[in-house]
Every structure is written in structure tokens, then in C-alpha cells.
Write a protein that binds this ligand. Structure first.
Ligand code: GCU
Length: 427
């Protein structure tokens, strides 16, 4: 009981406190203090990077290491063997349009981790292996799909009355509550597969969630420990889950594992960007309204700030990152460098005009300021230097749009992602 009260209290400090900050945050461009971005194409010892080969060999590993050290933490390499168990293949899913597979991923050397449940929808009748979108969900597989026979997640969930979460668990009434963000028929209809998992399978999303998640299991002795500077946070752990899905997809003959697009919304958009940076098997990276700690420029004091995010959600990042609250100038990276880590792979950044908390202009600018790396590879970025009008997508290898409406994932967003993926995967 006491733990419950304590947990609820901590959750209040997290989500609700962040929510309250939305009213007092700065939304005035003229009040953003002047800032200088860290140089993208200069190494720590001052050498200038002028070729794609030097970016790949020298600067890219350096930038990746800086993000590990200062923002998201290092992913440990000690999980050992990964095992896949296909628990269901339903050939007449979505009214016969798709095959639905349920795959349980676990770590035989770490049985303390209950594993993750992957749901994969494949278009039926394709003549070749399918390209695949891979992304985590906020509510579980049963929330992504409206099909009543998808097993209900039994994991801990964030309190949410609207989503019929009772005592931190999903109920029958929670089915399909995230389905508007995952237009399965539309995606399948265009010849793409979709693989997803519930992010809480890896770690419950609250300050102490790691104690019941993979981070504790993989920590030295599996015992509760305090996190040090440079150790991974929850975003790193959720991102690890996406890479394990890629491990599985590489074994599935129905999938073209050379055509995987990683996608995520909001905190899971931050996760998608970090996944794309670390795991180059993802050929396309998509960030939907990822905001602060995602695509938004860290040094712009607009909407959510480093100080706010690290206070409300300290568990998402490595400990070091909190030190840059109101002190971003001291941080050796900014988010344009995270976008650049996707290069030369195509990346798409999406904002929503009523999502000022996520700083749409700051999201746009990170893509713009990542362009010099794409140019080294002979690729084109946005083709514009100012944010485009709403609902007017721009860009080539770096894509961007500012959608009408609020913080969400809509069919409009998916229409752009499908177009972008078809173009770059040559579908
Ligand atoms: C909060 C948080 C954001 C995050 C969002 C979400 O608003 O401040 O950084 O992106 O939650 O994940 O929905």
C-alpha cells in the first residue's frame, strides 16, 4: 500500500507536473536567448570533416558516444542469446487482408525478464518479402489493433481513465484505444508490414519502473542499483526492444529486413530517433512529434525545456543530461547531431502546429541543421530553410511536415510516411 501511494505521488510529479508547465513555458520566439549550436563537422580535437568517409570513420562514432555519455546513456552488451517463439499465425486477420503473427521474444540467459510480445501484421498475397514499419506502442498490442482476439497486455500501464486503465492494468474496454494512431488497413493496403510491441514490456514508464524492468535484470547482478552518469535510461531500454524486433525480423522470410522503418510518437519518437542512431539496420527513421529530447533543438528555450523534461522524466535519460537543465550551452551535442546520425539513411520529422510544447520550429531546425552531413553523402535535405506552411510536406532524404492539429499520430501523418517509405525503399 505504502509503495502504491509513493508511486502515485511520483507519477504526479512526473506527468502532471510536466502538464502544468505547459501553461507557463515560453512560446515567444523573441524571448529565446541567443545560442550557438555545437559544430557538426568539427571533431572534438578541432579537425574539420569534409568527406562522407571521414564522417563515418571519425565524427559519427564520436557524436554517437557523446549522445551516450550526455543524453541517453550506453546500451550494455550483456543480454546474451535472444530467443523468438512464434505463438500465433493467423492467416485471415483484418478480414483476410493480413496475416497476424504474435512472437514472444525472451532472453534465455536472463529468465527474470518476462520478455516482450511482438505483434506483426503482414499484407496477404504479396509476391515478395514485405518492407516493415517497426514501432513501440503506448497501450499494448490490444490497443493498436481492434481485433478482439489479440491478447490483452497484463503489464503495468500508466493511469488513464479515458483508456479504461484500471489499477494500472488494461481492461477489455481498453481494446483498440490506440488504433487511430496505427491505421493497419491503410498500411497493409499499401504493401507494408507493421511490427509493434508495448513499451512497458521492457520497462514501466515511471521513475522507479526500471526496478521491474529489463534495466534491473541486465544490471550487474540483477539487483537494484543506482544509475551513474553514462548508464542507460528508459529511452535506451525501449530502443533496445526495437532492435530485438529487428533481430527477429531478420529471421522472418516474409519480411525484407533491408527495408525496416523505425517509427515512434512523442516519448516514443525520441526512442525512434535514438534507435535509428544506434542501429543502422533501420533504413528509414521517423520521428512523430518527438519534441524535447527528440528532434527539437535543445538550446531553444521554447515549449518544453531540458530543465523541465529532466525534472519530470529523469528516468528517460542518462543521469548526466539533468546537469544541462538551464545550462544547455555546456552540452557538447544538440539534436541536429542526433538527426545527422541517421545519415545517409532517409529520415522524416513531423510536427503538429498545435503541439507548441514540442517546439515545431525547433524540430524543423534540427533537420535543417543536420543537412551538411547529408550533403557529404550527396543527398538532399529539405530544399527550404524556413518551416513550410501547414500540411505542406517538404524534403528529400530529410522529410518534414507541420500538420494541422494537435499532438497525435493521424492518417495524414501516415500518408506522408507511406509516401516517403515507398519513394526511398523503391516500392
Ligand atoms: C510529455 C513530455 C514530452 C513527451 C510527451 C509524450 O508531454 O513532456 O516530452 O513527448 O509527454 O510522450 O506524450
Amino acid at each position: 500500500m505504502r509503495t502504491c501511494i509513493l508511486l502515485s505521488l511520483m507519477l504526479l510529479i512526473g506527468e502532471d507536473w510536466a502538464e502544468a508547465q505547459k501553461k507557463t513555458a515560453n512560446y515567444d520566439e523573441s524571448k529565446i536567448p541567443a545560442y550557438t549550436l555545437p559544430a557538426l563537422l568539427t571533431t572534438r580535437d578541432g579537425a574539420k570533416i569534409t568527406t562522407a568517409a571521414d564522417w563515418t570513420a571519425e565524427r559519427r562514432p564520436e557524436v554517437l558516444a557523446l549522445f551516450q555519455e550526455h543524453v541517453y546513456g550506453r546500451t550494455p552488451g550483456n543480454w546474451g542469446k535472444v530467443s523468438f517463439e512464434t505463438r500465433e499465425v493467423k492467416k485471415d486477420a483484418l478480414g483476410g487482408k493480413a496475416t497476424r503473427k504474435l512472437i514472444h521474444i525472451s532472453l534465455p540467459e536472463h529468465p527474470a525478464w518476462a520478455g516482450m510480445e511482438v505483434m506483426l501484421y503482414l499484407p496477404n498475397g504479396l509476391k515478395a518479402p514485405a518492407p516493415c514499419f517497426v514501432g513501440p506502442s503506448f497501450g499494448g498490442n490490444h490497443a493498436v489493433s481492434t481485433e478482439p482476439d489479440v491478447p490483452l497486455s497484463t503489464r503495468w500501464m500508466r493511469p488513464n481513465k479515458e483508456k479504461s486503465i484500471v489499477d494500472n492494468h488494461a481492461t477489455e474496454a481498453s481494446r483498440g484505444n490506440e488504433s487511430s494512431r496505427w491505421p493497419l488497413e491503410m498500411i497493409i493496403g499499401q504493401g507494408f508490414a507493421v511490427a509493434t510491441y508495448y513499451y512497458g514490456d521492457i520497462e514501466p514508464d515511471h521513475v522507479d519502473g526500471w526496478k521491474d524492468g529489463l534495466r534491473a535484470v541486465l544490471s550487474k547482478d540483477g539487483a537494484a542499483t543506482e544509475w551513474k552518469n553514462g548508464d542507460w535510461g528508459a529511452i535506451g531500454a525501449w530502443s533496445w526492444g526495437l532492435s530485438r524486433i529487428a533481430d527477429y525480423l531478420e529471421t522472418d522470410a516474409d519480411i525484407d529486413a533491408k527495408k525496416l522503418a523505425v517509427i515512434g510518437h512523442s516519448r516514443l519518437g525520441k526512442t525512434s530517433l535514438w534507435t535509428g542512431a544506434q542501429d543502422q539496420r533501420f533504413g528509414i527513421v521517423i520521428s512523430n512529434n518527438s519534441g524535447e529530447g527528440g528532434a527539437a533543438t535543445m538550446r531553444r528555450n521554447y515549449g518544453e525545456t531540458t530543465a523541465i523534461i529532466t525534472k519530470a522524466f529523469p528516468h528517460w535519460f542518462t543521469k548526466t543530461y539533468a546537469g544541462y537543465g538551464d545550462n544547455e550551452a555546456a552540452c557538447p551535442v544538440d539534436q541536429h547531431m542526433l538527426i545527422a546520425l541517421a545519415a545517409p539513411r532517409p529520415i522524416y520529422i513531423a510536427s503538429a502546429v498545435d503541439d507548441q510544447w514540442a517546439d515545431p520550429k525547433g524540430e524543423f531546425l534540427s533537420g535543417l541543421n543536420a543537412e551538411p552531413v547529408y550533403v557529404l553523402f550527396g543527398k538532399k535535405g529539405y530544399g527550404v530553410t524556413e518551416p513550410p506552411a501547414v500540411d505542406t510536406p517538404v524534403g528529400d532524404a530529410i522529410g518534414y511536415h507541420m500538420r494541422t492539429g494537435k499532438h497525435d499520430v493521424t492518417d495524414y501523418d501516415w500518408t506522408q510516411y507511406l509516401r516517403f517509405a515507398k519513394k526511398h525503399f523503391g516500392q
